[in-house]
Write a protein that binds this ligand. Structure first.
Ligand code: FEO
Length: 397
C-alpha cells in the first residue's frame, strides 16, 4: 500500500525508509536506519523532486503513482545525482516516458555517466537563479556546489516558501511515521545522528555550506524539505544555528573528548586518570571513546561538538596504533580546526606514537597542541602525577 504523506494542499512526501542497511555509503553505521525523501508537487504541471535509493524503489513507485492520482509526470527535478537519490531515475524515465528532467549542466553529464537513456532529448537545463513555473507555483533553482557533490542545487518554491534542500539539513535515522522534526524529540534523540551525518558527509565543505547559508539568509523559509530525515516547519532557526556552528568549525559544547587506543589497558588507564582529574578541575560532560570500539564516524562527530580534545595511543610497528591513525587522518580530511588538543603516548620500547600523532595534527589548521606531552612507558606511574596535573591545567586554563 502507498505510504504517502500530504505536506501541503498539493505537495506530498513519497519517499521510503531503510532499516536493513548496515552501512550508509558502505561506510557509516546507521543503527537507526535512514530515510530517502522524495516529493511530488501536483500543480497544473506535476513535478517529482529527486528520487530514492534502489533499496526502497518498490515503495517509492507505489507512492508516486498514488500521489499522481492517474496524472502523467511532467517534470523530474534532479537536485543531486548521488545514487541514494538518483538510482531510480532510469526507471522513472521508463514508467513516465514523457517526463522532462530539470537539471543543471553538471548534473546532465552525471546522468549520462550513470545511465544509458537519451538524456539530451528529455532534459531542461537550468542555470543558477532560473525559475520554472508549474501553474500556481514558481520554483527557483539555487546552486549549492559541494553540498555534497559539485552538481548539487536546491529548489526554492517561492509560492509556499519551501526549500527543497537536497542533502543539506538531512540526518541519518528512518522516519517512523512522524514526518516533521517538531513531532519527534529531535534535540535528544536525533541531534547526535544529524551531527554525525553532517560532519561525516559534508564536514569537509564548511566554506561551501557557509555560501549556501548566506543565500538561504536572503529568502523567507517556512519549511525545509531535505532528502534525508524529518522535515522542518518549526524552530528552523535552531537547526540553522547548528549548521552555522558546524560549517564554521565552532564547537557547540565547552567540554573535553578523550579518544584513546589501548592494547592491554594501560593507555586506557592513563585516559581514565586524566578524565578523573579533568572532572576534579570542574570539566563537565567529559566524553571518552575507545577508538577500537566506537566507530570513527561517531568519534569524528564528537570532535566537532566539543572544544578540547585528547588523543592517547600506543606505539605500533614503530608508528601509531592504526585505529588512532585512521581517526586523526579522518579529522584532517574533514578539515576540523579551532581546537585545543593534548597528546599522550605509550610504548614499552622505542616510544614514538606522539611524534606520529603530532605529525598529522600539525598539518591541521588552528589546532593548538598543549604541553606537556605525556609519555607512558608501559604503565602510568605515581611519579607522573605532576605531569598529568600539568596537562589538566593546560586544558582548563
Ligand atoms: Fe544523500 Fe549526497 O546523497
Amino acid at each position: 500500500m502507498h505510504c504517502v504523506k500530504k505536506i501541503k494542499e498539493d505537495l506530498y512526501w513519497v519517499g521510503g525508509n531503510d532499516r536493513r542497511l548496515a552501512l550508509f555509503e558502505n561506510m557509516f553505521p546507521i543503527p537507526r536506519g535512514v530515510s530517502y525523501n522524495s516529493y511530488v508537487l501536483s500543480d497544473e504541471k506535476t513535478v517529482l523532486l529527486d528520487t530514492v535509493d534502489k533499496s526502497v524503489s518498490g515503495q517509492f513507485f507505489e507512492n508516486v503513482e498514488y500521489a499522481l492520482n492517474g496524472r502523467n509526470l511532467d517534470y523530474l527535478i534532479v537536485n543531486h545525482m548521488e545514487p541514494d537519490h538518483a538510482a531510480t531515475i532510469g526507471e522513472v524515465v521508463l514508467r513516465y516516458p514523457d517526463v522532462k528532467l530539470v537539471a543543471n549542466a553538471k548534473t546532465v553529464n552525471m546522468i549520462k555517466q550513470f545511465f544509458n537513456f537519451d538524456v539530451d532529448s528529455r532534459t531542461l537545463i537550468v542555470k543558477e537563479g532560473d525559475t520554472l513555473n508549474t501553474g500556481k507555483h514558481t520554483l527557483t533553482f539555487v546552486f549549492a556546489p559541494m553540498v555534497h557533490w559539485p552538481e548539487v542545487m536546491v529548489t526554492y518554491d517561492t509560492t509556499d516558501k519551501i526549500l527543497f534542500s537536497a542533502d543539506a539539513f538531512g540526518t541519518f535515522g528512518a522516519l517512523n511515521g512522524n514526518l516533521y522534526a517538531d513531532e519527534v524529540n529531535f534535540e535528544t534523540e536525533w541531534l547526535p545522528d544529524a551531527r554525525r551525518y553532517y560532519t561525516n558527509i559534508v564536514g569537509k565543505y564548511g566554506t561551501q555550506v557557509q555560501a549556501v547559508l548566506k543565500k538561504a539568509a536572503t529568502i523567507e523559509i517556512e519549511m525545509i524539505c531535505p532528502l534525508h530525515g524529518p522535515i522542518w516547519r518549526e524552530n528552523i532557526g535552531w537547526f540553522l544555528d547548528k549548521y552555522q556552528k558546524w560549517s564554521t568549525y565552532t564547537p557547540e559544547d565547552d567540554s573535553v573528548m578523550i579518544a584513546y587506543a589501548s592494547i592491554y589497558g594501560n593507555t586506557q588507564n592513563a585516559a581514565e586518570v586524566l578524565a578523573s582529574r579533568l572532572a576534579d578541575a570542574g570539566v563537565k560532560n567529559i566524553a571518552m571513546y575507545d577508538v577500537s570500539v566506537t566507530d570513527v564516524s561517531e568519534v569524528l562527530s564528537e570532535a566537532f561538538r566539543v572544544n578540547r580534545l585528547v588523543f592517547a595511543a600506543p606505539t605500533y610497528n614503530g608508528g601509531l596504533f592504526p585505529k588512532m591513525e585512521t581517526l586523526l587522518l579522518d579529522l584532517k580530511a574533514h578539515g576540523l580546526k579551532n581546537r585545543k588538543v593534548a597528546v599522550m603516548e605509550n610504548g614499552t620500547w622505542a616510544v614514538s606514537a606522539a611524534k606520529h600523532m603530532r605529525a598529522i595534527l600539525e598539518t591541521m589548521k588552528d589546532i593548538e597542541i598543549v604541553e606537556p606531552q605525556v609519555t607512558v612507558k608501559s604503565a602510568l606511574k605515581e611519579t607522573q602525577t605532576e605531569e598529568m596535573d600539568a596537562v589538566v591545567k593546560a586544558l582548563t586554563e
